[in-house]
Design a protein around this ligand. Sequence first.
Ligand code: C2E
Ligand code: MG
Ligand code: MG
Length: 762
Amino acid sequence: MAARAGSARPYWLWYASAMAVLVVATPFLRPAALRGAAGLGSAAVVIAALAWGIRAHRPRYTLAWRLLLASSVYTVVSNVLWPLLTSPSGTDVFYYTTYPLFGAALAVLPVQGRRHLWSSGYTEAGIIAGGAAVVWWTLLVDPLVTDPGRLPDQPHVAVFPLLDVLLFALALRLLLLGGVRSVAYVLIALTTFTLLTADTAYFVAVVAGGGAPLVSSVCWVLANGLLGTAALHPSMAVTQPAPTDAEVLEGLGSTRIYIVTVVATPIITGVYLLHEVAADAVAAADIIVPVGATAVTSALVVTRMRQINQVARRRAVALQASLTRQEELQSELRHQAQHDSLTGLPNRDLLYERITAALAAERTGALIVADLDGFKEINDRFGHAVGDELLLAVAGRLLDLVPDGSMLARLDSDEFAVVVQDLDDAACTRLAERFLSATREPFTVQVHELFATVSLGLRELDPDLLTGDVLRDAYLALHAAKAAGRDQLTRWAPALSEEKLAVSRTVERLRGAIERDELVVHYQPLVRLADERMTGVEALIRWQPPGEPMIPPDKFIAAAEDSGLIVPIGTWVLHRACEVVAGWQRHGHPVAASVNVSPRQLREPDFAALVLDALRTSGLPPASLILEITEGVLVASGAVTEQTIRHLQTLRARGVRVAIDDFGTGYSSLAYLRDLPIDHVKIDKSFMPADAGDPALRAMVKAIVDLAAGLRLGTIAEGVETAGQAAFLRELGCERAQGYYYSRPVPEAEVLAAFLGHKSVL
Ligand code: C2E
Ligand code: MG
Ligand code: MG
């Protein structure tokens, strides 16, 4: 609508300009009747302007504009009829009719499309109009009306001022309703004020016994100019968005206007009354009218205060409601931030708070951390939905056992923790044992029956500790429980911390050792049992700190694995062994290199590439390399194992061979021997029977050798220390052997010397 109106040609401007010329010309029109004609003519033009405006701008709400049109028609008709009528009161009927029409238009205009404003603005307009009315009455009307000798035959003329006050109030309201103000509204308010000025001047002139004064004539033309411009202005069709009650009330003029009105009115009245008293001309109306008007104004002021109060109260209620909602949201957010979304249990943060509070209050009790055994495998095998349900079921079983006043929290994916309070050591241990037996029962999740035991670490609460220390100790105990074979409870003990400390120290020293080149590789021959010739060597690492005894791998491999240092160390051993054995081969000694590989190395995505690189740079043929891995690496399922298998497949495709080291000590599963990418089985030295012969061990070794033969896997016996053992293995058909009987692991130079015939290593 606004765009349409904005693009219309500015007829309103042409109209306003023409009317401005007429206003300026009016005082110069002679004779006086011509001025009357100008007034009447402009009134007729207004009718056309209003009719045209309504048609052209098509306002959505037309009632007010039609009322204005009707009032203009009435004005013209009454003016035309005036000279024809004999009774002056006849024309007055027309005049009186104009007032309600015009007044109704003023009242309706700002409310159309905004019904909730129908009663707004009256109080404020009433206060200002009331004040103005008192001044007007006191200074203008009263001296004329009540003074004896004035208006003897036309007392009804006094009705006009009263109606004028009402119109004045309505026009004021149009301006005061700030949220809805527009150019058209302002022009209409100005029209009203101009008309009132004209009426007042006319009234004064009539009372004074004269005809229509010049001011009135000019004002009438001006009023017609303003009203017509309003009707033609595009803003007449624009309905602004409805403001709220509170916005309207706030926009209704500044408090200052009301204070000035309320204070100034009685002062002026008082001064005037004093003047009347002094002149001994006090009449009843001199007191009744101003006092009455002041009373009405005061009543309106009180009403406005009440309205403001109500709005303030409504706002306070709304504010309170939004504050309450905000508090609810905050506590919801706090709850979310401190709870686990899957189980709804408190999370690590809340657990931390609880431990801190328990320590501060010097409560007895313990922290028990629980980790599900084999959860990763279940997740990988059955999917995350099953994994989640299992976690919920485990949480439920634990929660059933947690005593009042204690807290069960979820720490990480399959880690839970319980802060037990006000229980002694023995009771805490009993509780932990109940956790163990509760989780030993199988869980039914969807169609699966799952076994998911837990490993537990327990640390009793000690007020001398910090929260972080309690957690650290409980985790140490948990790791010990896992290492000891899972599904059990380990209580924290100082030895655990010392052990951990020793590992950390070893890691630190080991780092330095790598930098200082203190690691060396020794080689232990592998012998073909049939002819006792050396077919290869196993590379075994040692740590040789200067001036100190040599440190065997058992003392530092675990720490290296723990810290990840095994990755660079393992790579170094691989390169070293390949280079050394390739050198021997170049000297005509066709031996193979066996290199131990840690599970940690196999988790590296570039492991296969690394091995191929070592082969390439050393020139060792892939068929001369045997990688020794432990069973555990292959048995577990999941993404990591899949990657391990891919690495091994890649390497075997190039000719590299794979041996299972320490066979029989891990989670031996016969199935994987058939399915997985391996070439040899190394029977662990713990199976090697003493010469006298433990029949059970002999049977086991025989079973392994037979099984491997059936699967076309080579067999290597470890830990052969005697001729008797060698003979026994040969008898069984075991392919190769390794052990002190043939040679201890020795430095590279000693193997080379043996090759050269200076010293036998065989
Ligand atoms: P392993 O791979 O099973 O190595 C064989 C171990 O048995 C060696 O111990 C060897 O000295 C020992 N041994 C050999 N013959 C006999 C015997 O007749 N009697 C007895 N009692 N023992 C014998 P070592 O060198 O102390 O190595 C221990 C373990 O450390 C190795 O066991 C291997 O698992 C690991 N290891 C050694 N070097 C490396 C390496 O470079 N990388 C990785 N990841 N692990 C290594
Ligand atoms: Mg080995
Ligand atoms: Mg071994």
